[in-house]
Design a protein around this ligand. Structure first.
Ligand code: LLP
Length: 418
């Protein structure tokens, strides 16, 4: 098998390796475990879906900024989508060609824009003030800024409001009724080159016709913009493809399904398609592994208390997100309904609610599945929990550490000399 899965023997595997063997080997009670093969496979699914089109796959680094994972995707041919100056610096260190990276955001800072212009990054214009800041950065650096206009298409992606971004009332993108103002500004500034249009609808989208609806709207905008003499090359339709968090075997749209719904529109206009996948590139490649501290009952609730928590993995607490939970080994104990919770001192600290699990005991391994996106990258130090190590199984069977755990010494470094 490839990725994280339960074997026919009831044990959990990462590629060819048993997660329990890995736990014994690394001697850490909490860690992130990735399948190198799964990440590769996810990237190649996009690349083959895009065959026959001109394209840039912009991996959304915010989903997972592990340097080794970034290097892997870069070596496979990926571009990168960035939301901060530090993400851009990291991407360049990982070898990404900056002219195939895209800088997004509603609050890009002047210094970050200067860095982006300096390196020829594609910049998505988000607002009036953002455009003014890009113009100032281009003038200061003395280079032409290549920009795309982020249009808010006002399409409902039918997802959790926190990850919905393309509605009229969202904080992202320009009001599409205000497009002409932007075009006039850009036309008048020799330091700007308008090269494309961008939209991003939201995240965890599981219906690909939503992408087609948005692309149809974008095609109209592109025609309007081209009619004014702009030589648009890029249509950037953002990221947002969901994954099968429920793990009930539902058939979800694949990258190919997504690309196939927009292929005719993109090729008939002679455009280069940019897509910005984050979650669908890395989420399913990873398990967050932790260790059971104990089992308790309060009122009519049973709890499995583990040492992992909302500090390492906040999606359940923040979005009420469902991520599947499994024990790493088969049990013949009673199946009960448990809340799986961490040691952090607040009730929001849970990894899963009302999960049917065999009753585990202290020391057993428990994993949260599909933890490759927006988990480690959203970790905090709340309750002085320090970032755990990360490992991957390379080439299907070789365990390698790809990040060491932060130590208390590391933590104290920021106070040195104060
Ligand atoms: N492009 C733009 C402009 C974005 O804002 C995002 C994600 C992406 C691409 C990548 O979207 P993806 O393919 O990963 O869905 N922390 C939340 C997700 C926030 C997504 C933010 N924007 C979560 O854990 O579900």
């Amino acid at each position: 098998g490839v990725g994280i899965y339960q074997g026919t023997d009831g044990f959990l595997y990462c590629d060819a390796l048993k997660v329990d063997d890995i736990r014994a080997q690394v001697a850490a009670s909490i860690f992130y475990l990735y399948s190198w093969q799964q990440i590769r496979q996810n990237y190649l699914a996009y690349a083959s879906a895009l065959e026959g089109l001109d394209y840039i796959i912009g991996y959304a680094v915010k989903a997972n900024n592990n340097f080794k994972i970034m290097q892997l995707l870069q070596e496979l041919g990926s571009g990168a989508v960035l939301v901060s100056g530090n993400e851009l610096r990291l991407a360049m260190m990982a070898g990404f060609d900056p002219t195939r990276t895209i800088f997004n955001g509603n609050g890009k800072l002047p210094a970050e824009l200067e860095l982006a212009v300096e390196h020829g990054v594609l910049i998505n214009v988000d607002s009036e003030f953002d455009l003014a800041n890009i113009q100032a950065a281009a003038a200061k650096v003395g280079k032409i800024a290549r920009v795309l206009i982020r249009i808010n298409p006002d399409v409902d992606p039918q997802v959790h409001p926190y990850v919905s971004t393309g509605l009229a009332g969202s904080k992202f993108g320009i009001r599409n009724t205000h497009l002409q103002w932007f075009l006039d500004q850009i036309k008048a500034d020799p330091n700007l080159e308008l090269v494309g249009a961008h939209c991003h609808l939201g995240s965890t989208i599981t219906k690909v016709n939503i992408f087609r609806d948005a692309t149809l709207l974008m095609v109209d905008f592109i025609k309007q913009i081209r009619d004014q003499g702009f030589d648009l090359k890029f249509l950037n339709i953002g990221g947002g493809l969901g994954i099968d968090y429920a793990r009930k075997g539902d058939v979800l749209p694949t990258p190919k399904d997504l690309i196939d719904t927009v292929r005719d529109l993109v090729s008939s206009l002679g455009l280069t398609l940019i897509i910005e996948p984050g979650r669908s590139m890395v989420a399913n490649s990873c398990a967050f592994v932790s260790t059971v501290t104990g089992v308790k009952t309060n009122g009519n609730k049973n709890f499995v208390v583990v040492d992992g928590s909302m500090a390492e993995l906040i999606r359940p607490s923040l979005y009420d997100a469902y991520q599947h939970i499994e024990l790493t080994a088969p049990h013949d104990t009673e199946v009960q309904k448990f809340d799986v919770v961490g040691p952090v001192c607040e009730s929001a600290d849970f990894l899963g609610k009302d999960r049917l699990l065999h009753t585990p005991k202290a020391g057993d391994g428990l994993v949260v599945m599909d933890a490759g996106a927006y988990c480690m990258s959203m970790a905090s130090n709340y309750n002085m929990k320090l970032a755990p190590a990360e490992y991957w199984v390379e080439q299907g069977s070789q365990l390698r550490q790809i990040r060491r755990a932060v130590t208390l010494d590391d933590h104290m470094k920021v106070f040195e000399g104060l």
